[in-house]
Write a protein that binds this ligand. Structure first.
Ligand code: SF4
Ligand code: SF4
Length: 169
């Protein structure tokens, strides 16, 4: 019996992280909205798409093949802080952490946020900065130096103002 060639094979479920996710996780949300007050991004904007419920609906739409992985979906997934406060508040035990991980993986695998600037920042951080401890140490020292300069600058300005206040008085 002949084996199917790669071109005749069905795409693997892992081609889409959200479609490959156990559907019982995708459909857990019952849209009650009890998580909304705990979500900092919803608190800030009062917009449904910036709420856990809204994001889960977007993820489910991707899993159900009703929505493409677009730039606006990607930006929404990165606007989420991943703080998981919504998980603690959810009475239905929705596994937002798993949904969120798969949604971010989906975004990365589809490259919808790709740009030269993003690639450069990622190369500099992931492939260069984080690969050697001494580089991180140098960055830490530089930050400490900048803070020290700012503090020194603040104190000298403070002294200048004090001197001038006495002169004027
Ligand atoms: S992880 Fe945080 S920011 Fe994201 S939906 Fe949940 S509560 Fe909101
Ligand atoms: S995530 Fe939980 S709390 Fe939020 S709407 Fe869905 S079921 Fe309700």
């Amino acid at each position: 019996m002949s084996q199917p060639t790669p071109s005749t094979l069905e795409p693997s479920p892992i081609d889409s992280h959200l479609k490959g996710l156990d559907y019982s996780v995708v459909q857990q949300c019952m849209h009650c909205g009890l998580c909304l007050p705990s979500c900092p991004t919803y608190e800030l904007t009062q917009m449904e798409k910036h709420s856990p419920r809204g994001r889960i609906a977007l993820m489910r739409a991707i899993a159900d093949d009703e929505l493409e992985v677009s730039r606006s979906f990607a930006e929404e997934m990165y606007y989420c802080l991943g703080c998981l406060a919504c998980m603690t508040a959810c009475p239905a035990g929705v596994n937002y952490a798993e949904l969120f991980e798969h949604a971010r993986a989906e975004v990365e695998s589809k490259n919808v946020l790709q740009s030269p600037k993003r690639s450069l920042i990622r190369r500099l951080t992931i492939s260069w900065l984080f690969t050697e401890q001494r580089r991180l140490q140098f960055l830490g020292d530089s930050n400490a130096l900048v803070s020290a300069i700012r503090i020194a600058d603040f104190h000298s300005q403070h002294r200048y103002l004090e001197t001038h206040a006495q002169t004027i008085a």
